[in-house]
Design a protein around this ligand. Structure first.
Ligand code: ZN
Ligand code: ZN
Length: 417
């Protein structure tokens, strides 16, 4: 394993600094005096330092980072007592929820080894995930309800780079992953802030067209797919920058290529096949085929990882229903790169996708003022999980269905029609 400085050597320092600037000034748009709570793999320390510097430079109050580390996570699976897998650090998540309630912003640096837990007992992984989901819920709700500005960016962690480019020497793999992250995050250009402003305007144009059409459902056809997804009542499409309830307009995901809305939890009919593998907390789930009846998955198969998939679906009632539908053209820069990142933040932006579980309340007209009961009444799903998986490709067509039964082409062979 190379030293930290050797790994850093493979990462362009100018572009890394631009990524930190984009995270703070586009991703979060931190306000003067606003606190920031960051989570990061320990390998991402160089990016954490740059983000912290830029956050304080724009007037952040307190910047706090919580680190994770692969070896200490694996030590738990090897040595911790069995009963501890039904527990989580409630006190830590309560503290995060308290920070968000006090208007702290949230930044997550992703970059964990996607295969970290692949060799661990799936039952233990599922129990630990469930305990964490329950403990994290009060904090996660502040994010899924968009109470505060939040952002995710990625760092080319060596362990992740080795998974994505297994045939390359480590230094080459890190350099390739770093450059792919920089390109997808639009920081490989002279003026990333201008590039993001233009990109946000394009995504806003797509979502306002869809909002004007007010489709009641989308119909997907392709190999192994014939699926009708009803959209929630008074749904609203979003894409790119959007405004949190605290009034700050931010770009939660970097990168992002999607426009997305809330499907109706009770109105999905038909079958659908995944078009890319899903890397879920250390397990690869591939060739997913599911059948929906009345919005509920009644049959789920996978070529790989079927046991994990079915455990995920059994998390709670909402885990079998849809919480997000997103449109991404097949020609998106991430798809064009041809790289499978084993990381949803990137892979979901390569392809049209749907998500099982929790919906986003912002994807409703006047979403900010709706209660959980009103959201549910309009078809919004609720669950401990939110898992995106890819169903788009250059072989998938999508039609918008109007209330009167007429059809409008939305996508043909994976591109905007
Ligand atoms: Zn999405
Ligand atoms: Zn999603």
């Amino acid at each position: 394993m190379p030293s930290v400085s050797a790994a850093q050597h493979a990462i362009d320092p100018v572009k890394l600094e631009k990524l930190a600037e984009v995270a703070v000034n586009i991703g979060l748009r931190l306000e003067r005096g606003q606190d920031l709570v960051m989570t990061a793999p320990i390998a991402a320390l160089p990016l954490v330092r740059l983000i912290t510097k830029h956050a304080y430079a724009v007037g952040a109050g307190l910047v706090t980072t919580l680190y994770s580390d692969e070896e200490t996570t694996l030590a738990r699976y090897q040595y911790a007592p069995d009963e501890s897998f039904d527990r989580a650090t409630d006190w830590l998540y309560e503290g995060m929820a308290k920070a968000f309630a006090g208007n702290a912003a949230r930044l997550a640096i992703s970059g964990d080894n996607p295969m970290m837990l692949a060799a661990q007992d799936p039952a233990k992984v599922a129990r630990a995930n469930k305990a964490t989901s329950i403990a994290y819920k009060p904090a996660l709700e502040k994010i899924s309800n968009f109470d505060i500005n939040w952002n995710i960016v990625s760092y080319p962690n060596p362990a992740w780079a080795r998974e994505v480019f297994p045939d390359d020497p480590e230094q080459v793999a890190i350099e390739k992953l770093a450059n792919a992250i920089f390109a997808a995050s639009r920081v490989d250009v002279a003026d990333p802030i201008a590039a993001w402003t233009e990109h946000n305007a394009n995504l806003a144009k797509r979502s306002s067209w869809l909002n004007g059409e007010r489709f009641s459902a989308l119909h997907y056809t392709g190999p192994g797919t014939d699926l009708t997804i009803g959209l929630a009542d008074r749904h609203e499409w979003h894409g790119g920058a959007s405004t949190a309830k605290n009034g700050i307009t931010c770009n939660p995901n970097i990168p992002t290529e999607e426009v997305f809305t809330t499907p109706h939890a009770l109105r999905a009919e038909g079958y659908v096949s995944s078009t890319k593998p899903l890397s879920h907390q250390g397990t690869l789930i591939d060739n997913i085929r599911v059948r929906f009846e009345g919005g509920r998955i009644v049959e789920a198969k996978a070529g790989k990882g079927e046991e994990v998939l079915n455990k995920v679906l059994d998390t709670d009632e909402g885990a079998r229903r849809l919480g997000e539908v997103a449109l991404v053209p097949h020609s998106s820069p991430i798809s064009a790169s041809g790289i499978l990142f084993y990381n949803t933040l990137f892979d979901e932006n390569a392809s049209c996708h749907i998500a099982l579980g929790q919906c986003y309340s912002k994807c409703f007209l006047d979403g900010a003022s709706l209660s959980q009961e009103q959201i549910a009444a309009q078809g919004g799903n609720s669950s401990l999980i939110h898992i995106d998986w890819m169903i788009g490709s250059d072989k998938v067509d999508i039609d918008g269905l109007r209330e009167d039964g007429s059809k409008v082409p939305v996508m043909r062979k994976g591109e905007w029609a």
